[in-house]
Design a protein around this ligand. Structure first.
Ligand code: PLP
Length: 261
């Protein structure tokens, strides 16, 4: 049977991140991808030039249209942009509590553009984190969500526990932004206390655009196929390592990770 996943995210016209990265990753991992668009970005490998959010009612209508008909077995959220969109997404998803939900708390693009308004952070914490199966913050996102700075493995553990207290069933805290270590070390922890570290060699490349979206989409695809959360994060870690290693030299800025790696 065909497995189906839904991504609720923003469009990257440059094709490296957002909805485009999610759908390509789903396809690559053998999952049929569906989507609900939250915002349109005019973007290329150099950065974000413009952002136009979608009317929240239209975001809700897309989610409902997909979930009322297609047999979706995992959902991911990416760029949500505003408090209004977050509230309506949470409202729609509350009716489907049995579908695993991966929340990638996207905040700022590599070039510095804001993909989440400051006043929307509270709604993300209050409305979406409590219904998440897994949240996948990177270090800067975890610092914003917890208000704590993270410089070591111990700091990562403290932050992961603080984020779990906001209600998600599990967290994957991505350590790729830490500069004190020569590897990318991610911490997986569940609300039940299970935890493990995943470590990979740091790859020196400018072609990392869309890394976070691709990682979370790969986890979502594996969940859609019925794999356990633990197996999904391990498979996705291998996938994202290969995608960065195989990053594509495209455009004049940060080329994309290779979704077909
Ligand atoms: N654009 C969209 C629509 C995104 O969802 C994201 C990340 O989630 C980005 C851009 C940022 O990508 P990056 O920071 O990897 O360049």
């Amino acid at each position: 049977m065909t497995s189906v996943a839904l991504t609720i995210a923003g469009s990257d016209s440059g094709g490296g991140a957002g909805i485009q990265a999610d759908l390509k990753t789903f396809q690559e991992l053998g999952v049929f991808g569906t989507s609900a668009l939250t915002a349109i970005t005019a973007q290329n490998t150099l950065g974000v030039h413009a952002v136009q959010p979608v009317d929240p009612k239209t975001v809700a209508a897309q989610i409902r249209a997909v979930l009322d008909d297609l047999p979706v077995t995992a959902i991911k959220t990416g760029m949500l942009f505003s408090d209004e969109i977050i509230r309506i997404v949470a409202e729609e998803l509350k009716s489907f509590p049995s579908i695993p939900l991966v929340i990638d708390p996207v905040m700022i693009a590599k070039g510095g553009a804001s993909l989440l308004q400051n006043e929307a952070v509270l709604a993300l914490c209050k409305q979406l984190l409590p219904i998440a199966t897994l949240i996948t913050p990177n270090i800067p996102e975890a610092e914003v969500l917890t208000g704590q700075s993270i410089h070591s493995e111990e700091d990562m553990e403290v932050a992961a526990k603080a984020l779990l207290s906001m209600g998600p069933s599990a967290i994957l805290l991505k350590g790729g932004h830490r500069e004190d270590v020569p590897f990318a070390e991610d911490l997986f922890m569940t609300a039940d206390g299970e935890h493990f570290l995943m470590r990979s060699k740091r790859i020196a490349t400018p072609n990392t655009h869309g890394t976070g979206c691709t990682f979370a989409a790969a986890i979502t695809a594996e969940l859609a196929k019925g794999h356990s959360l633990e197996d999904a994060v391990v498979t996705a870690k291998h996938f994202i390592h290969a995608a960065i290693e195989d990053g594509i030299e495209l455009g004049n800025g940060h080329g994309p990770t290779n979704h077909a790696a």
